[in-house]
Design a protein around this ligand. Structure first.
Ligand SMILES: NC(=O)c1ccc[n+]([C@@H]2O[C@H](COP(=O)([O-])OP(=O)(O)OC[C@H]3O[C@@H](n4cnc5c(N)ncnc54)[C@H](O)[C@@H]3O)[C@@H](O)[C@H]2O)c1
Length: 356
């Protein structure tokens, strides 16, 4: 049954207002309250939206008329705010990355389960039309076996104060990779460098190894002259290029692959067979991923359904980031991630019986 949901948004900096705008656009939702430590941000929100503003998040968390809370504050504050929100019986949406440690993520999942409340993470890209189309193409078998994924997310800034570039940008790539691969990595390697602020890496290069032989690389940087949001999905038959910066034709499917000759007798006969075929760009419906994500949170609350980016998926991303941080501290050493095999991945669109 669909009913009116009152939402409170905590954090109205760069990203929070996008959540307020998108939740406000949903007919069955009212953004009742917004909170920020910065009075200027609250003044601005009150000018833009018909929303009650509060300097202290507790005013929203303890409001009995608020059913659900969205948290868009710096990562270091996510756990405390989300724990209070769940403890107060609110369905809780947390921006990516869900928490700053695996232990915190596990505690929130347990709390949500105990309170029978929806816990969802802001893995926005898995709600985008290009990523959903890529999943459809890969799952159809059109590109053959998915051999590897390479991803680049580069820009000049925006520098974060409390996390390095991998924690800031790679959650997007990791969540897309997990969604497309449909399985979780067993080990991670990561190297990086801090050029401006000690111990806050501004460039990082991560590799994920999967037990089915799959492989993915992610390059993240705040020190690049160009804004690049590019992923390549290399299959045994075809390859997909996804350029999120392109206004049109964000996805291109290339009929290209390389084959080894099955038999050859002499070195002279040995030649790779390069196949160059057509390229096409599939039609993509124009819709804002954030709006789809906000609608999904509301639908999951109304239908008691597990979100596609639930606490479990949030935990997996944090597990990978934590392992990547350990690898960074050991100059790229391979770090095994425990308990992240295929069994750990709950299928998407599964009912939320796991918390009943
Ligand atoms: N899904 C996405 O595509 C996406 C994009 C950008 C940012 N984000 C995420 O959104 C979150 C916020 O990032 P941002 O760039 O907006 O940061 P920001 O620094 O611009 O804004 C954070 C705001 O939170 C406020 N705040 C801090 N502690 C608070 C508290 N205890 N109570 C109330 N307000 C508090 C600050 O005053 C600030 O205005 C991060 O987790 C970030 O990773 C997600």
């Amino acid at each position: 049954m669909t009913s009116m949901i009152n939402i409170g948004v905590i954090g109205c900096g760069y990203w929070g207002p996008n959540l307020i705008r998108n939740f406000s656009s949903l007919p069955e939702v009212r953004v009742k309250g917004a909170s920020d430590l910065n009075p200027e941000r609250l003044k601005h929100m009150a000018q833009l939206y018909n929303v009650e503003t509060h300097a202290h998040a507790d005013a929203i968390i303890q409001d009995p008329l608020i059913h659900a809370i969205a948290i868009a504050t710096p990562v270091s504050t996510h756990f405390d705010l989300a724990r209070k929100s769940l403890a107060a019986g609110k369905h809780t949406f947390i921006e990516k990355p869900m928490t700053k440690t695996v232990a915190e993520a596990r505690e929130l999942i347990e709390l949500a389960r105990g309170k029978k409340r929806i816990l969802m993470t802001g893995h926005t890209f898995i709600y985008s039309t290009p990523v959903r189309k890529i999943k459809e193409i890969v799952d159809s078998g059109e590109i053959g076996d998915l051999l590897y994924i390479s991803s680049q997310r580069l820009n000049l800034g925006l520098f974060q104060k409390d996390i390095n570039v991998a924690w800031d940008l790679a959650p997007h790539d990791i969540s897309i990779i997990l969604y497309i691969m449909g399985t979780a990595p067993v080990s991670v390697n990561c190297q990086g460098k801090s050029h401006l602020k000690p111990a806050i890496e501004d460039v990082a290069n991560m590799s994920l190894n999967f037990d089915n032989g799959g492989f993915a690389t992610i390059l993240s940087s705040w020190l690049d002259p160009n804004k690049i949001r590019r992923m390549t999905f290399v299959g045994s038959k075809k390859m997909i290029l996804y350029d999120d910066n392109k206004p049109i034709e964000k996805i291109r499917v290339y009929d290209k692959h390389v084959e080894l000759p099955q038999y050859y007798d002499t070195f002279g006969e040995f030649n790779y067979a390069y196949h160059y075929g057509d390229m096409y760009s599939p039609y993509l419906k124009q819709e804002e991923p954030l709006k789809v994500q906000c609608q999904h949170f509301i639908d999951c609350i109304n239908d008691n359904q597990k979100p596609d980016s639930s606490g479990q998926e949030g935990l997996q991303v944090v597990q990978i980031l934590e392992a990547a941080t350990e690898s960074l501290r050991h100059n790229g050493m391979s770090i095994t991630i425990d308990g992240m095999g295929a069994d750990a991945m709950p299928p998407v669109h599964q009912r939320a019986d796991w918390f009943n």
